[in-house]
Design a protein around this ligand. Sequence first.
Ligand code: 13P
Length: 337
Amino acid sequence: MSLNSLEEIASYIVSEGKGILAADESNPTCGKRFDSIGVESNEDNRRDYREMLFRSNGMKGNIGGVILFDETIRQNAKDGTPLIDIISDQGALPGIKVDKGLQPIGDSEETVTVGLDGLDERLKEYASMGAKFTKWRAVIKIGDGMPSDECIDANMKALADYAKLVQDNGMVPMVEPEVLMDGGHSVDDCYSATERSLKSLFKHLIENDVNIKGTILKPNMITSGSTATEQASINEVAKMTIDCLLNNVPSSLPGITFLSGGQSDILATAHLNAMNKLDGLLWKVSFSYGRALQASALKAWMGKPENIFISQDALSHRAKMNKLASLGEWDESLEDE
Ligand code: 13P
């Protein structure tokens, strides 16, 4: 596969309804996921789990990119094949999470994502290893006085500085300003926090001369807070999300790939499908799911080699369903086939 420009890489990842498998859980987060199925989170188990995902039949044609954690991009499969070669053989591009996590802003509950120190050297190494795109996640909380302008500005400026450096190193930056679902806030509060974040993000990206055609946006959907008593419907989420993006995201962006953020598998697919049924979309609207792609595969696996095939089938199924949703061709009845 020869993709020569940032635009070609970004467009390839979201071509023909394909989306992204987010498998970049840090070791502590992977530990939490493995705790839920009673599996020890050690290097070999993390490798075996991810090798199994990457070898699933349903990767081919449905997944255009895989986001990896630093440990994984360096790992070989049990038979010695580098995991990134398995990903490439499936027709997907390897990507890498490059931020270094969250740091509190003063003594507030808000955080800024750090990792710009030494980033240029890290990017050069990842590019030489074959990474084609990168991810940096900023976290925005909704609550009393939150998000503050200070939190939004600091996070979006860091995302723009990161994106520029990534493009200078020949890779596509995925920019992820995640407004968390946690809390009892309304869907309107989510719209407002997301709009403020996106406005600031694109202002900083443009000021930094980031090539928008060679960038992928990974946003949250506009949903009610996870504990809100009144929950927006699937069609309301779809309509408000697309309205917010149309009002704040340039048409030159090639692709928007959503995070799932704690939504159930089916709801994440249903929301994506409803968005792709709307008229007037300016960009490819697809998925970059972690939990909503992996949850059923993780549960089926339970750390047992004899469960590999049913676990791979579970991932393949979700990948196919989400591809259909990216084309607006999903229906809940397809879940049982
Ligand atoms: P979820 O889809 O589980 O939210 O994960 C996506 C991701 O990469 C978060 O940074």
